[in-house]
Ligand binder design. Sequence first.
Ligand SMILES: [Zn+2]
Ligand SMILES: [Zn+2]
Length: 518
Amino acid sequence: MEITFMGAARCVTGSCTMVETGGKKLLVDCGLRQGRDAKAAPVTDGFSFDPREIDAMLLTHAHIDHSGLIPLLVKKGFTGSVYCTDATARLCSIMFPDAGHVQEMEVEWQNRKRLRAGKPEITPIYSVEDALHAVKFLKPLSYEQPVVITDNVTARFVDAGHLLGSASIELSVTEGGKTKKVVFSGDIGNKNKPLIKDPTYLNDADIVFIESTYGDRLHDARDTGEQIKEVLTRALNAGGNIVIPSFAVGRTQELLYEISVLLGEGGIPGLEKVPVYIDSPLGIAATQIFRDSSKGYYDEEAMAFRAEGVEFFSFDTLVVAQTVEESKAINDDPRQKIIISSSGMCDAGRIKHHLKHNLWRADATVIFVGYQAVGTLGRSILDRSKSVKIFGEDIQVRADIEYIEGFSGHADRAGLLEWIGHFPKTLERVFVIHGEDGIAEKFAADLKDLGYNASAPEMFERYDTRTLTGSVPYTAPETEDTLQGLLDRARRIMEGRDAAQSQRMRRELSGLLSRWAE
Ligand SMILES: [Zn+2]
Ligand SMILES: [Zn+2]
């Protein structure tokens, strides 16, 4: 068996790993690179492998950084099945077309600029139509149901507790009469997350892939419900509108869940009179899927509330804004209200309108429930900039700004250590992926100190289970942007990984430096 890291190696997004065995090629996840990772290695119209040669795909969960390139994979000739849980398939059926739509819109905007500049038009990497076609390749499964992928590979999906339908995947690969277990953690959930179950702990494997998003920090240990109760009480007393930027899938439904539990318990007097708007078509569609996917997905607490008659996603004061007109009408509602809208980091979508209408009001409250990346509008507001620019207009930030950490979808350092701690230290290899460069590296070093044979693989690193060794094919950088990346790689390789590569790298580096110097 050979394993090649095609993405999320020393970065967080673009998850993609290739497993080759028995003459077949499998992919685990095929995600879109986002944010800084996309700038470092932009999505071009191709893959570093031939999609026609991939026999099957396994998908851990619906988040776009794990699933977002599946429509392109299909467009480029992949004809196999994409195995995933039933809830993941349902979520992808709305998220793929949404991603296609976003790309069509972006390209349309860019083409208007290109036209004015006399440049040729570009096409989106995939369209809504491509995305809808890709949905047909999804093969829904239940948790724990073993499935035959190829002649010598079977798979089992177990609940990862990260998003509705999210899974860790265990592959049993038989070669030469011996079976090896390969476990992909997927994104590991935060324990005690509302609505969904805690992550499943596996304890038997030969090779483990573990994510490391928060490998360097610990979350606020307080209960999410307590935090939201405290913050909402304060915001309601302030008297103004409450604006919550939220990812449409996952976070929005967790918020609705917490609000419905508070309503059911009468936890905040007066809350029952305040309308709760969901202003996001994707959020509304996802809420429908969350409502229909209770069996096998909700945790005990959620099932108990449900048995008591608490309706998580259809309480009396809930109002959905599907159309643009309905979205605009929210601002005409003079009552105090809660507005949940996306995007979660405020750099696109309807949330920008609500921030424009409310940020300048001293009685309003903006509640952040997710990570705000550097450079986003959300981050500037969270950092309490005096004013921000929205649609070209300077808007004063006078609203109260709150942040609830408990909603984090990922396990923290303690959670990751607990997850890996169920495996024996004698296992063949642990690969630390899905973490910022320094974090994945440091977490791998920590696991090494604990006695695991762990490393943070590099992009395109190949691992051979027969020789138990890895190698990194050297690819020349194309633009000046990658100078930092090149220097980082050079440093690692020169640290003694491979003498021949080190020499090639040195030659390439000095060639580039002299070319740039000219
Ligand atoms: Zn995820
Ligand atoms: Zn992820």
